[in-house]
Write a protein that binds this ligand. Structure first.
Ligand SMILES: [Fe+2]
Ligand SMILES: [Fe+2]
Length: 407
């Protein structure tokens, strides 16, 4: 009898692990993936908090954090603030040790590490957040070729009453197993991110305005605006995750069509004349051409954004309804209006304009914050969808945190 009990429990575990892995399989964007890996492994091990470090060169970069006690149901402004620190890959720190040796670690109390261990616990995060780290489970993340890609740290296993327990050996082996697949998923997401970044870089080489920080910010703002919009409209969580994932990468490529605009226009210092402005407008059609004959949902969304990000809520934008991407001149037709413009493009319009006004450009200095915010408010219902502007102000602290991360 004793023997039949154990396999039943294991089968149930296995079922839920497979379900969690299945979810990872569909995620393409890196930060969405890291978020999902933390959510799933924390639920497997009842961990209150967790973080992921990714290998970058010879260091580990603190890439993602979740902490239910500190930011439960929060918009996680903090995850953008703490995510720029780095540690050495050597045996002196807990995560460094795991990355250097490939061994996982079980720690009962981070402040009472046994004698003779080479690593020590860095209390920095606890000190700035008044959080108390106790039990830890730290496992390596590897690629399919067995290269170290990162480290997953789970912190404070909690019982239902909120008391901290140690992680078990069984949790260690389940999480390590999960981490194996997670590592491969991270590898795939890094690869795709690399392709998107190369496209972005290609644009940045031609166009001094489309810098890497600008597109990163526009991608991140768009995701946060969308998440709040989706919460308001009661979009199911699985749909939010799937969409935000595609939205980020597509938003980053909003101006990719500028690659097809002549240097004389793109790099001109000072304002463009009438004819140059008309030719510049072509970038929305050229961008859409990149994603013509969509092969995936990602192509479809990227096309929608490239084409629609200069439409205006009041209909005075472009390229409007006659938006055949193969036209060689911008047709003079009315723009799309209101909800004729796809939601993705309405979101990116707000994110892009806000960022352009807040940044220095060849033809202007960065505007003062007050002036930018005044402009955003005044253009609600004219340039921008009023609901998206409302949301922008609702989450403005998060928007600012993103701005600081990608200065
Ligand atoms: Fe544009
Ligand atoms: Fe832009």
């Amino acid at each position: 009898m004793r023997e039949t009990k154990q396999p039943v429990a294991e089968a149930a575990d296995l079922g839920s692990i497979l379900e969690k892995l299945e979810r990872l399989h569909h995620i393409r964007d890196l930060s969405t993936l890291l978020d999902s890996i933390l959510t799933e492994t924390r639920s497997l091990a009842q961990a209150d908090a967790g973080s992921i470090f990714l290998v970058e060169g010879k260091k580990l970069k603190f890439s993602y954090v979740q902490n239910d006690t500190l930011y439960r149901n929060d918009f996680l402004a903090s995850r953008y603030i703490y995510s720029n620190s780095e540690i050495e890959i050597d045996k002196s720190s807990l995560a460094g040790y795991v990355a250097a040796t490939g061994e996982s670690l079980l720690v009962a109390d981070a402040y009472k590490l046994g004698p003779g261990v080479p690593y020590s616990f860095n209390p920095y995060f606890d000190e700035i957040s008044s959080y108390r780290t106790r039990s830890m489970l730290i496992v390596p993340l590897r690629t399919s070729k067995n290269d170290m890609v990162g480290v997953l740290e789970l912190i404070n296993r909690l019982d239902p009453e909120g008391k901290t327990l140690s992680f078990t050996q069984r949790q260690r082996s389940i999480v390590a197993q999960f981490a194996f697949y997670a590592g491969v998923a991270i590898e795939r997401a890094l690869l795709l991110r690399d392709v998107v970044y190369k496209m972005v870089m290609m644009a940045a080489m031609r166009d001094p305005e489309e810098t890497q920080p600008h597109v990163n910010r526009v991608g991140s703002y768009s995701v946060e605006i969308y998440r709040r919009w989706a919460a308001r409209h009661e979009v199911p969580k699985a749909d939010i995750d799937a969409f935000q994932d595609l939205l980020k990468m597509s938003a980053m490529l909003h101006d990719i069509g500028k690659v097809g605009i002549p240097d004389a226009i793109l790099q001109k210092k000072g304002p463009l004349d009438e004819d140059e402005r008309e030719r510049m407008k072509m970038h929305v059609l050229l961008g859409a051409r990149y994603f013509e004959n969509p092969q995936s949902e990602w192509d479809t969304l990227a096309r929608e954004i490239a084409l629609g990000h200069h439409e205006r809520w009041d209909g005075a934008g472009y390229p409007g309804l006659a938006s055949d991407a193969n036209l060689s001149r911008m047709p003079s037709v009315p723009g799309k209006k209101g909800r004729e413009i796809p939601l993705s493009a309405r979101i990116v319009a707000v994110a892009d304009v806000y960022d352009a006004l807040s940044s220095k450009r060849a033809y202007k200095d960065a505007w003062e914050e007050e002036r930018v915010l005044h402009h955003m408010r005044m253009e609600s219902g004219k340039h921008f969808d009023p609901e998206i502007v409302d949301i922008f102000f609702e989450i403005y602290d998060v928007i600012k945190a993103i701005r600081q991360k990608w200065e």
